[in-house]
Design a protein around this ligand. Sequence first.
Ligand SMILES: [Ca+2]
Length: 246
Amino acid sequence: MTSKDTPKKKSNRSSIIIGIIVLIIIIIGAIAVLRQPGATIQSTNPTATPTTNPSPLPNSQIPAVGASASSYNGLTYSPLNAIDGVESISNYWGTSAVSGLPQWLKIDVGFAAGINQVVTHFYDGNTRVYTYFVEVSVDGSLWTTVVASKTGSSIVTDTFNQVTARFVRITVTGNTANAAAHIEEIKIYQSTNPTPTGGSIVVSSATASSFDSSHLPNLAIDGIESASNYWGTNALLNEGKIPQWL
Ligand SMILES: [Ca+2]
């Protein structure tokens, strides 16, 4: 005779089966939760920390020690207003429209400095476009153009190859509002990231046995190669005859 399970054995087996089913449901439920889009799953491959290229250092400003101009419309619009650090439509160098254009503003930084950038804040109380060019000079008499004639409004940044100069002169030749020049502030900078090329080295000054007043020694190292920009001696003077050294 086949023995039949007692009711107690049946009950135990049912409990085990129910327990297994509940466990399976719990496991399936857990997997379903982990597969939800919002579930947090620890990555075994964390994203690498992004690296950024270091930004180049900003150019450093060379303080101006003096300013003069071809003209100005009374002391209220003195050239010194362009270097007083105040950038405001009520504080600027300004000429009279009666005087017309062109008009220039000359900035003196006090020594022959390396200059590679000029930032000009033109009067911008209303819409207007100025036409201008920028020159530099070591001695205030011989000028070299570093920014050819162009147009600009409000704040304009002009960057060029670094040159040695003491003076910066900006000449305003046009203004779409009236025939006058107005500059709230002008700032002069030198590069803090010199990039010599071709294996050359940067030299900061030059001296010579003698020189003509228009052809100073520093003109031989200012980076400008031009028939009007050179060190030269005066052959008409005994001290200027060869031999000469630089
Ligand atoms: Ca000012």
